[in-house]
Design a protein around this ligand. Structure first.
Ligand code: KG4
Ligand code: ZN
Length: 392
């Protein structure tokens, strides 16, 4: 079966075409086409994602990305079709808030044959609702014209599966043991998830305020570094470690001893603000602060992960989401867990799969394929900015 997957929950617009051979979770996934447009530069000066701008940008890029992905998959077949009056009416209703998208899609439908796609998978949440709606409405529009079913995907399930997708070796999901503990760390989320089986999730811990990625982005901004802050902080912190720079400031380890599996990162961010207030910072100071911050974050995450592994007797540990790209985090987790939890196998996503992409949405779409029913049901799908894995 061929899945067309769509991601637009934050600042990446992405479309993939994945050929699936077999049943979940034993299938082989061949990536036929993969197109992605990042809005990072657009949002850089705001220090975070500007929702209205993100929506506009998704609207502009999504149809060209579909064409690029189909072309790469050798599935962009030319043709000449009249869109019926009835179909156009449906598109008008569906895309009344996105008239430019409707025009782009009409052009596309009029000049291309229906590709050989069996299922459309689209991120319906969590994320920024205006951004999510672009992908969801796009999927519904394709479904309306092609008669293809749509499955609404949880973005976080995508991140979990991305971390165990062996893109370099056999294009399969790695066989894992249950229960599994997953740590999801991105710009919008910080969660500990207990996976009792494939697709069976329970949230066992979460942040009470800022997400880890958000804290990285805010601290970076305070240091005058562009968005996204994670890679910037990581670079400076690694310089500070190489040069063995002394501690700039003793930062707190929020909720380290709270006894539960929850997190809090807003106090850490505030502590950085107080430490630098009114000071003229040298390059070395900034590097030392980045390292102090990264150390504090890593220590708290590690402590809660160990607690969760012990509490549930898990021998598989998955890290997912954009912050999992951090080399320091990977190295520390691997080294410490090897020592304290030698029976635990830890999985991090391939670098290509760590930040938002549509391949992971195809994987999660396949996991949920049984839920996809007919095109009429597709029209009822809603974007849900707060969609939780807990209720999956
Ligand atoms: O998963 P993601 O691409 O988008 C969301 O769903 O939020 O995660 C983006 C977040 C940003 O906050 C970014 O600063 C952070 O991931 N990030 C990193 C690194 N690369 C990206 N954080 C720490 N170290 C990195 N190398
Ligand atoms: Zn994400």
């Amino acid at each position: 079966m061929k899945i067309l997957s769509i991601e637009s929950s934050a600042d990446e617009t992405a479309v993939s075409i994945v050929h699936v051979d077999g049943q979940f979770p034993d299938a082989t996934y061949e990536i036929l086409g993969n197109a992605l447009h990042s809005q990072i530069e657009l949002h850089a000066e705001y220090g975070g994602i500007f929702p209205a701008m993100a929506k506009r940008e998704h609207t502009k890029s999504i149809t060209p990305l579909l064409e690029v992905a189909l072309d790469e998959a050798d599935m962009l077949e030319g043709g000449s079709h009249d869109v019926t009056h009835e179909q156009e009416e449906k598109l008008t209703t569906l895309l009344y808030r996105e008239p430019d998208l409707k025009e782009a899609l009409l052009n596309y439908f009029e000049s291309h044959d229906k590709p050989d796609i069996d299922l459309i998978a689209v991120t319906s949440g969590p994320g920024l609702e205006p951004a999510l709606w672009v992908g969801v409405n796009f999927a519904k529009a394709l479904s309306t014209i092609w008669g293809t079913p749509v499955v609404p995907v949880n973005h976080m399930e995508g991140h979990i599966l991305a971390s165990i997708f062996d893109i370099d070796r056999d294009d399969q999901l790695t066989e894992i043991s249950f229960p599994t503990i997953a740590l999801l760390i991105s710009g919008g989320h910080t969660e500990l998830i207990l996976m009792k089986d494939w697709s069976v999730y329970e949230k066992i811990g979460q942040t009470k305020d800022d997400a880890v990625g958000e804290a990285y982005d805010k601290v970076a901004r305070m240091l005058g570094l562009p968005y996204p802050g994670g890679p910037q902080i990581e670079k400076l912190a690694s310089e500070a470690r190489q040069q063995k720079l002394p501690t700039f400031t003793e930062l707190p380890r929020p909720m380290l001893h709270s006894g539960d599996l929850d997190f809090s990162f807003s106090g850490l961010k505030t502590a950085v603000r107080y430490a630098i207030e009114g000071k003229e910072l040298s390059a070395a100071d900034k590097a030392a602060i980045a390292r102090d911050f990264e150390d504090a974050v890593t220590e708290v995450l590690l402590k809660k992960v160990k607690m969760a592994l012990d509490e549930y007797g898990a021998e598989t540990f998955i890290v997912g989401g954009g912050v999992s790209a951090s080399t320091h985090l990977r190295n520390t987790f691997n080294a410490v867990l090897l020592d304290s939890h030698p029976h635990v196998t830890a999985y991090f996503p391939h670098k290509k799969m760590s930040t938002d992409n549509a391949i992971m949405i195809a994987l999660a779409g396949h996991a949920r394929a049984l839920r996809a029913s007919n095109t009429a049901a597709a029209q009822l799908i809603k974007a849900d900015g707060n969609r939780s894995l807990h209720e999956e």
